[in-house]
Design a protein around this ligand. Structure first.
Ligand SMILES: C[S@@+](CC[C@H](N)C(=O)[O-])C[C@H]1O[C@@H](n2cnc3c(N)ncnc32)[C@H](O)[C@@H]1O
Length: 231
């Protein structure tokens, strides 16, 4: 399969390749007031539950911090695929997983995944959806749906408009440092509706690190496509 694919118009290739070498330190610093990045990522893995032996997709994997935790969780009988458009993000991710035999990376547009239907037992997308305009988010959620086995689960992590001072902080941060679609998505809280519009049923919504981030658990119905996958 090709290592790179044509980027969509909204995708800032140069920006992501430039950001890649300093991405981890920037995330660490930004999350330190909220208990730290490790805590937030561990909360996500705990919320997702056991996945030993699963085939898992990490969409928009970036530098692979979550990918490496998923790899630990699936163990030697599982498999993890990280997908991102930025070759430099993927280069950082490869280093992080230290050539783990259960992890592979693919350079691809998440809106057109180069994988067959129903291939994965579980999918994650962490801080990827807010990077896209609404139509691209819809294409992405449909692709995540298509590539999941019936009955299998998606975990989508993103910003949340927390209450009080934390909410003011997250709103200001997204306004200043993220895109206009990200700000609109945050203010109007559109993700639950968008996830359901892609065909998923929303099982749970859990706040992370004081409510400035959130994780959605969404499930592809068991009847979809006939089979019954692992939730
Ligand atoms: C904010 S980073 C999140 C990285 C990682 N998931 C994390 O939790 O730290 C967003 C990532 O999404 C990737 N991305 C954005 N749009 C994409 C698309 N259409 N296809 C593939 N990757 C995309 C970017 O290259 C970047 O690495």
């Amino acid at each position: 399969m090709p290592e790179t694919a044509k980027a969509p118009d909204y995708y800032k290739q140069k920006y992501w390749d430039w950001f890649a070498p300093v991405y981890d330190i920037s995330v660490k610093l930004n999350l330190s007031p909220f208990g730290g990045e490790k805590k937030m990522r561990r909360q996500v893995i705990a919320f997702a539950g056991p996945m030993a032996g699963y085939k898992v997709l990490d969409a928009c994997c970036g530098t692979g911090t979550l990918t490496s935790l998923i790899a630990e969780a699936v163990g030697s009988s599982g498999a993890v695929t990280g997908v991102d458009m930025s070759p430099r993000m993927i280069a950082g991710a490869r280093k992080k997983v230290k050539d783990s035999p259960v992890v592979t990376f693919q350079g691809a547009n998440i809106e057109r995944l180069p994988f067959p239907d129903e291939m994965f037992d579980r999918s994650f997308i962490s801080f990827g959806l807010h990077e896209m305009p609404e139509a691209a988010r819809h294409n992405t959620l449909k692709e995540l749906y298509r590539t999941l086995a019936p009955g299998a689960s998606l975990f989508a992590i993103d910003y949340n408009l927390a209450r009080g001072i934390a909410g003011f902080g997250v709103k200001t941060f997204v306004k200043l440092f993220e895109t206009e679609p990200a700000y609109r998505m945050l203010l109007a809280d559109t993700l639950p509706r968008e996830i359901e519009q892609a065909g998923f049923s929303l099982k749970a919504r859990r706040m992370l690190v004081g409510g400035v981030f959130q994780v959605f658990h969404a499930r592809k119905p068991s009847g979809a496509g006939g089979g019954d996958g692992r939730e």
